[in-house]
Design a protein around this ligand. Structure first.
Ligand SMILES: [Zn+2]
Length: 166
């Protein structure tokens, strides 16, 4: 994938938070906010799960996203949201694609990070790694894949996610 100026950089602690949020409510969907400092490149320094979201296995609904948008925690800003796509008892090859609702609900000028989480039979532990602009990891019976999207005026485009250790 070509490098894009909207590519997302993610701190490891945020990856732990998003992975656990998806595992904790599985097989329901989780949702949370992505927090960045006002830097030139979008670096996710924190991920904030929405605790009182209304969750089902098909969708998640919350007013917390706009509440978080209205806050300035120090110099931090919300730059997007994350949510999970849970799959139970199906193949690991379940595709990760944004739904029609994801596109319609996306906020212009913000990022979405989608966490595909699949529960399989075999247990495995493999640390998070980057490949082709997405992140993947295994945690016990869960297989996790994360992909980023950016909403501009007309489009909802996939962007690369990079682990940022600084
Ligand atoms: Zn979705």
């Amino acid at each position: 994938m070509k490098h894009h100026r909207r590519d997302l950089f993610v701190r490891p602690y945020s990856i732990i938070t998003m992975s656990f949020a998806a595992i904790e409510v599985f097989p329901k969907e989780c949702m949370g906010g992505l927090i960045s400092l006002p830097t030139r490149l979008p670096v996710i320094v924190a991920a904030v799960p929405y605790q009182i979201a209304k969750r089902t296995t098909e969708e998640v609904e919350t007013d917390s996203s706009s509440l978080l948008s209205s806050l300035r925690i120090g110099r931090h800003l919300k730059i997007g949201d994350f949510h999970s796509h849970p799959f139970s008892g199906r193949m690991e090859s379940e595709p990760l694609a944004p739904s029609k609702t994801d596109f319609e609900d996306a906020i212009e000028g913000e990022w979405d990070l989608i966490v595909r989480i699949v529960r399989v039979r075999s247990s495995l532990h493999r640390r998070m790694r980057e490949h082709g602009g997405s992140l993947s990891m295994s945690e016990g019976r869960f297989r996790i894949l994360m992909r980023g999207y950016y909403r501009d005026k007309k489009d909802y485009k996939e962007v690369a996610i990079r682990i940022c250790n600084e």
